[in-house]
Ligand binder design. Structure first.
Ligand SMILES: CC(C)(COP(=O)(O)OP(=O)(O)OC[C@H]1O[C@@H](n2cnc3c(N)ncnc32)[C@H](O)[C@@H]1OP(=O)(O)O)[C@@H](O)C(=O)NCCC(=O)NCCS
Length: 347
């Protein structure tokens, strides 16, 4: 009943813009954004394995030229992203990519981001379909464990990988909330009549950036001004701010994916506000476009919207929030309708 109505290609001209190598200006350094005391070392190493397929694989730090290769891996895994989004992740997490390379091709990757000494997040773990089962993924995991030692990394695990991650962690993982990666066409937003009267939707440009960063920090706990600026400034992204009596009561962002669009983040103070904002963002894209997003199961508006659109929406995978040592709960988790990124951030 699900997938056949979705996953169609949506063509909008800017969607096919060539990836620019421009660097966005770095902004808002300082303030609450505590810097790391140490920088991760640059490394390059070769590994040999008894498994034929992994011979000649190099594990090294990622660089901007790896964007197309990493995007290809994501597409093989059917993660429905776009090269622009991968490029933005490279800009947000400079020095954060670990790449497995063979014969000049990217065959595996893992992404980590160090927000500060206490918070590291990770994910985007994928190996080329032709190379799976030969030990490349295991080597990437060992590399991360070796590099980060005892550090407490937060990540999301797809259900079937939890046992494997626990084995590589050498100890039970600390588990948190769950969610789903959903995709589909959202035609019905079950809002009561006049519900939107209380709210005003505004362009990002009409809102003080510092107020938006403060609002984002009320969710993410650790402020992430540079990351936010890069994410929202991606040229293909459209973002809206939900205002109630002139005060920020939510915000959200949507951008092209390979098939349709990727939504994230979308945070709002309550269920009605979430739906008003979601409808506003859906109205920015062509009618009946496919939308992908990571939805925490605890979000009430999410459950109502899934129910109202059950004939046109599908679940790609369930994810479990985990940490290597101790899971830090996100205080406003129930108000998170869509994560900004599954791998680089708490929500
Ligand atoms: C998950 C993935 C990265 C593993 O890469 P790989 O190179 O095939 O992994 P390896 O052959 O090195 O195996 C490493 C470990 O992962 C385990 N593993 C691999 N695929 C698995 C699967 N589908 N389910 C459960 N465990 C799996 C292996 O059993 C092995 O564990 P062991 O060392 O204790 O025996 C790869 O299958 C992939 O890209 N999958 C699609 C994307 C994905 O699901 N990513 C994980 C998101 S949380």
């Amino acid at each position: 009943m699900f997938a056949n109505t979705v996953r169609r290609h949506v063509t909008i001209s800017r969607f096919f813009n060539a990836v620019r190598d421009e660097r966005l200006p770095s902004v808002l350094v300082g303030g609450p954004f505590r810097r790391l005391r140490t920088q991760r070392p640059v490394f390059q190493r070769y590994f040999t394995s008894t498994m034929e397929g992994s011979q000649g694989v190099t594990i090294r730090r990622g660089r901007m030229e790896d964007v197309p290769g990493v995007w290809q891996l994501a597409e093989e895994a059917m993660w429905n992203t776009h090269q622009d989004m991968i490029e933005t992740h490279f800009k947000m997490c400079e020095n954060g990519w670990t790449i497995a390379e063979k014969d000049g091709n990217v065959v595996g990757c893992y992404l980590t981001h160090e927000f500060n000494d206490d918070l590291t997040t990770g994910g985007h773990f994928v190996v080329s379909s032709k190379m799976r089962g030969f030990g490349v993924g295991g080597q990437l995991l060992r590399n991360i464990a070796e590099e980060y030692g005892e550090r407490n990394i937060h990540f999301s695990s797809i259900s079937y990988m939890i046992d494997t991650y626990e084995r590589y962690n050498g100890a039970p993982l600390s588990r948190g909330d769950t969610g789903g990666k959903y995709f589909g066409v959202f035609r019905d937003i079950p809002l009561p009549p006049d519900a939107s009267r209380t709210y005003h939707l505004s362009d990002l440009q009409q809102v003080e950036l510092s107020a938006l960063i403060d609002y984002d920090t009320s969710y993410h706990v650790v402020a992430r001004p540079e990351m936010l600026k890069l994410w929202l400034d991606q040229t293909t992204a459209e973002s809206l701010v939900l205002l109630e009596k002139g005060k920020i009561a939510g915000y959200g962002s949507i951008r092209p994916a390979m098939n349709g669009f990727y939504l994230g983040p979308l945070y709002a103070e309550n269920t009605i506000g979430t739906m008003v904002l979601f409808r506003g963002l859906i109205n920015l894209i062509p009618r009946d476009s496919n939308v992908d997003f990571f939805l925490p199961h605890a979000n009430e508006a999410g459950q109502l919207i899934l129910k109202a659109n059950e004939n046109t929406v599908g679940l790609y995978a369930t994810f479990h929030r985990c940490a290597r040592k101790s899971y830090i709960p996100v205080p406003k988790w129930n108000n998170v309708f869509a994560l900004l990124s599954n791998e680089c951030g708490l929500c």
